[in-house]
Design a protein around this ligand. Structure first.
Ligand SMILES: Nc1nc2c(c(=O)[nH]1)N[C@H]1C(S)=C(S)[C@@H](COP(=O)(O)O)O[C@H]1N2
Ligand SMILES: [Mo]
Length: 423
């Protein structure tokens, strides 16, 4: 009877430490996950910044429309054209690693969730600041992962605005992440070292601030739980990495849509991002009679039919398409007119930037700008055919841009106009 007069130890629900029962929570578990995220998130941030650089932010406002980006929109170098698979690698890593880290992030958040309910809410000004930074950290992490995954999965659910959202979110998240890492990484590494010496169990009990004070009996060991998290990551890795390859390997990417329609076989049988129908490209405007390419530069404008283009010196280049969404193709064998030859045709013998416009009248990617180093590369083509066959409408017939190492979005399809030296 006397017992019922006492308040239950967890009467305050999640705000009382006794409410949290999992025997898995503890310093070791959190430290391992934290160290994995320290490495993983750093790679995500660096590859994300590289992706930003690859968009040629200095060619704003054409390629980079991020409003008020200020010094956050800095770039350190011109995105190179070598090696040609560069963006395929950096963006493949960014997206695939981001997906694979989801179980680690969730487990990490779960492992410290009792901390969210710590009472009193603040003990001091520094404590208050630390908790606010944690809100930015957790909120920023969830925001970045959710916007990234939605972009990969649903192909721009927030039309045109994913890019600035993910960009600003990255700076907020990484700022908070850096502060958190500086504060906690030494502790995490010290814990791991100590526990490696003394065994995982040594830090349990009252010394372990993250462990449940009244744990339920374990149904799985901490190592077993980490194994599950790691297994989840490996499963995500195995079911999404195939998007960076062609052929049967691509079929292993079951968790992510494959972009447009299934490309089928044959020379043009590689992934299609937006179809001609989707982009509103009509057959009557791409035919031999109707279509003319307008090339403008210092010496004026020339108009070229497809037959005119085929009469110019043609060159080949083996180049992949690598989309910001993380998928890529292996090298395709493109053939067409060098961009630098077209520049020379209108009075630009020195490398110069170019503004590319598509026939497409609506949609996000109907124009793009390329830097002088991209125009000057002998492998940068206005492609007319691929793998020995004419481009299909979905791959950009009558002509499309292909540039080594550039993000897919800069490889404009259904090109109608090239303006050299305008930016
Ligand atoms: N006009 C136009 N060009 C475009 C696009 C587009 O939507 N419209 N999509 C771009 C994107 S995001 C990518 S990844 C590549 C994909 O090229 P593919 O469909 O031939 O694989 O085309 C690029 N060129
Ligand atoms: Mo793309």
């Amino acid at each position: 009877m006397a017992r019922s007069l006492l308040p239950a130890p967890d009467a305050r629900g999640p705000f009382s430490p006794g409410f949290w029962r999992s025997p898995l929570r503890g310093t070791w578990f959190t430290s391992v996950l934290g160290v994995v995220l320290l490495a993983g998130v750093t790679v995500l941030f660096v590859t994300g910044l590289l992706s930003y650089a690859a968009y040629n932010p200095d060619l704003s406002p054409v390629n980079d429309k991020t409003p008020d980006k200020g010094i956050l929109g800095f770039y350190l170098f011109s995105w190179p054209t070598d090696p040609p698979w560069l963006y395929r690698l950096t963006q493949g890593v960014h997206v695939t690693l981001g997906l694979a880290l989801v179980p680690v992030l969730l487990a990490k958040l779960w492992s410290v969730v009792p901390r969210l309910f710590t009472l009193p809410p603040t003990r001091s000004l520094t404590h208050a600041l630390e908790r606010i930074s944690l809100l930015l950290l957790v909120g920023g992490a969830l925001f970045e992962f959710v916007t990234g995954i939605l972009n990969v999965q649903l192909d721009y659910v927030f039309p045109g605005s994913f890019y600035p959202l993910h960009f600003y979110g990255a700076w907020v998240f990484f700022g908070a992440f850096l502060a958190h890492a500086v504060l906690k990484a030494p502790v995490a590494f010290r814990n791991l070292r100590r526990m490696r010496e003394g065994g995982e169990e040594r830090a349990d009990g009252q010394a372990d601030a993250l462990a449940a004070p009244r744990p339920d009996p374990p149904t799985v060991s901490r190592r077993g739980a980490l194994g599950l998290v790691g297994g989840g990551s490996l499963l995500l890795l195995a079911t999404s990495a195939g998007r960076s390859f062609d052929g049967p390997l691509r079929q292993t990417a079951v968790l992510t849509p494959h972009g447009g329609p299934e490309p089928g076989g044959g020379p043009n049988g590689f992934q299609i991002n937006k179809t001609a129908a989707y982009a509103g490209i009509r057959a009557d405007e791409t035919g031999e009679e109707a279509w003319r390419l307008a090339v403008t530069g210092r010496s004026g404008t020339v108009r070229l039919s497809r037959a005119d283009l085929l009469g110019l010196p043609l060159h080949s280049a083996a180049l992949p398409i690598a989309c910001v969404e993380g998928w890529s193709t292996s090298d395709q064998w493109w053939r067409g007119v060098r961009l630098r030859d077209l520049a020379a045709l209108v009075g630009h013998d020195d490398p110069v930037d170019v503004f590319v416009e598509s026939l497409q009248r609506r949609g996000a990617f109907r124009h793009a700008a390329l830097r002088a180093n991209q125009v000057g590369d002998p492998r940068s083509l206005l492609a007319l055919s691929v793998n020995g066959e004419e481009l299909t409408p979905d791959h950009g017939h009558p002509a499309r841009i292909i540039v080594p190492a550039a993000p897919g979005v800069l490889n404009t399809k259904w090109v109608a106009r090239l303006t050299f030296g305008a930016l």
